[in-house]
Design a binder for this molecule. Sequence first.
Ligand code: COA
Length: 354
Amino acid sequence: MRSATTTTASRIISVGGVRGDLVVPNDDLVGSIDSSDEWIRRRTGIVTRRHARKEVLVEDLAEQAGRSAIEAAGIDPEQVDVVIVASISWMQTTPAMAPLVAHRLGTGPGTAAFDANAACAGYCYGIGQADAMIRSGLARHVLVIGAEKISDFIEPTDRTMSFIMGDGSGAALVGPSDTPGIGPTVWGSDGRLNGAIGLTHSWLDFKYAADDERVPWPTARQDGPSVYRWTQTALPELALKAIADAGLTPKDIEVFVPHQANLRIVEGLHDRLGLADDVIVARDIVDTGNTSSASVPLATERLLREGLAQPGQIALQFGFGAGLAYAAQVVRLPEHVGVAGPGAPVPVAEPVAV
Ligand SMILES: CC(C)(COP(=O)(O)OP(=O)(O)OC[C@H]1O[C@@H](n2cnc3c(N)ncnc32)[C@H](O)[C@@H]1OP(=O)(O)O)[C@@H](O)C(=O)NCCC(=O)NCCS
């Protein structure tokens, strides 16, 4: 027997993305959580977030982002060997979202397609898997999509995260390369903090509760202070390891694209990593909100589309969130950016001091 033909390296060829079409300012949300525009800006940096209309489903967002990445890469959909969809918003345990999205994109019946739920780390988990699949010969082109419609399971009276989350989808087309375009992935999880972010309760509680103990539809909530502490204490050394594993130092990083959890977390990580003063930092959170698995590719496509970062620059990307799960890797920014579809972002809001 023979084993698969291996390839020395992979790279992200293109990214694409779409944001929810509704621009939701803080003032639209504060009434039901006894908060204020000023408090939300100061504690999270968020000025507006994007929500998708009721009729727009998470698979629609995933399809649109995936198509823009494929078209930007200039390959035929049938050349896509694997579609990985990272999401926490697919409300059907089975079948997965990825085969449906692959079918809609016209990748053909030979395409492997599966969902990966690593919450806000899902896209970076997917990039790590795509890199390994391509180098091992398991696939030649892998489409990694992060897609979320979190507004479907936000409780408007929840003070812990209802005001943070947004809807959108970002995608990357990953393929073989002569030179390294994706560094080693540092990934992992800490289940001791499993209860820190997630749904209020299981779907089984919803189903089996006695009539007189009816529980509501599960919605998202978090223990914000413990998540914040974790991001500032445990995560910096993991990001530094991803940089070292790529044979680089923090000063070599030209662009920093952390998960857009909130601006205080982004700025705090930036300070703790010792990155160069002129490093370009993604701040898509300010007017997109936290789109979980979609946040890293959306922030990337925006930096490139707006010319704030350039193709080929060395970027550190870092996803982290519920689980708690994390994945970081150094990548070279892709050459191609998809044309934004309907629901494209509004002009950049001025970052606010946090
Ligand atoms: C969510 C987060 C913004 C809350 O801020 P915080 O300062 O930690 O809030 P705390 O829960 O400690 O509460 C501090 C005060 O703010 C108040 N508060 C809490 N939520 C509030 C809200 N939504 N609006 C207004 N006030 C709020 C509290 O009542 C408390 O008031 P008090 O001092 O008078 O008692 C913050 O914990 C955070 O950024 N966490 C990171 C988690 C994250 O972003 N996760 C995303 C998924 S990866």
